[in-house]
Design a protein around this ligand. Sequence first.
Ligand SMILES: [Ca+2]
Ligand SMILES: [Ca+2]
Length: 368
Amino acid sequence: MIRYTFSILVLSLLLSCQAEQNKTAHDHATPSMLQGHDKLIEKYLAEINAIPLDSASLLDYDYMTLIPGATFAMGGDNDQALPDELPKHEVAVDSFWMDRTEVTNKDFKEFTAATGYQTIAERELDPEELLSQLPPGTSLPSDFDRSPLSLVFSNVLKGQLANPNTWWKPVRNANWRQPQGPSSTIEGKDYYPAVHIAWYDAMAYCKWRGKRLPTEAEWEFAARGRRNKQVYHWGNDMITPDRGNYWQGEFPYTNEVKDGHERLAPVMSYMPNTYALYDIAGNVWEWCSDWYKYDHFEERADNTVINNPQGPTTSFDPLEPSVLKKVMRGGSFLCNESYCSGYRVAARMKSSPDTGLEHTGCRCARSL
Ligand SMILES: [Ca+2]
Ligand SMILES: [Ca+2]
């Protein structure tokens, strides 16, 4: 679960500013900040456009499932549904292919070895880029440390304040190659999901494979596995430790690890859904192509079936009005019933496209 994004986190760490929440967009998102976002988006998209296609991957359908298109009811199914999952509305998707697993370290190694691609979490911080997304007049200290960093989950001790500021720790040089920082490694973990993957990194990877990110509608349709109007991919029964990698116990204090994995699990460790898609509930959050807008489902709900929705053209999250965000789905090893239940097939999450964290990965789709 992320409610704190990279830019704002860096700002608060370096300048002791607190991220302000629950204000209106106009309080925070000034025109210059939006232009800063636009320039950044253009820069990263140009980089993705330049990624070559891997000709062998273009013909490779191993570990993909053909998802037959149909109409379904998109949106929340039970009283855990948050306002942004409602109302439920009719959506039609064309047939498409979906990866059966989250993108693994092995997959990502092949990509970076072939292209030299460096994930955003591996890159030095760019003060100019950072400031372009922050309120005008913000300055950085002269000794600003540019060395790369990413956010790693840290258990919170009982009695300590529990919020994203206390359970996410910025760790220098944490990235997909060393998910907990320089003391960690992915040696022997080829089949674990690649993490600290930002949306732009996911786009670049899928492009190289001749694939793309799924739309949010495709993701939810595939996740449901023909179980329309049910809460989880297995039905309506509560999650149990054999059904996915999630958090058992009191989050974020006590992880009872009844599912056998305290943090990441190798892909395909738990039962798949009826389309043979693994880890569609839990393990790592998975990026979708859509922008996130909290009231977008309300905008769609006019009783007509919407064909192949691509998401809104703009992003707005009232919790962080100045941050443009993309949608993520499926929950992670940090989700549990009391905190986020992100493994529900309709649960939505969002984060800025330049943010990758220890629980963030991806899975690709391909058009017919
Ligand atoms: Ca677990
Ligand atoms: Ca997942």
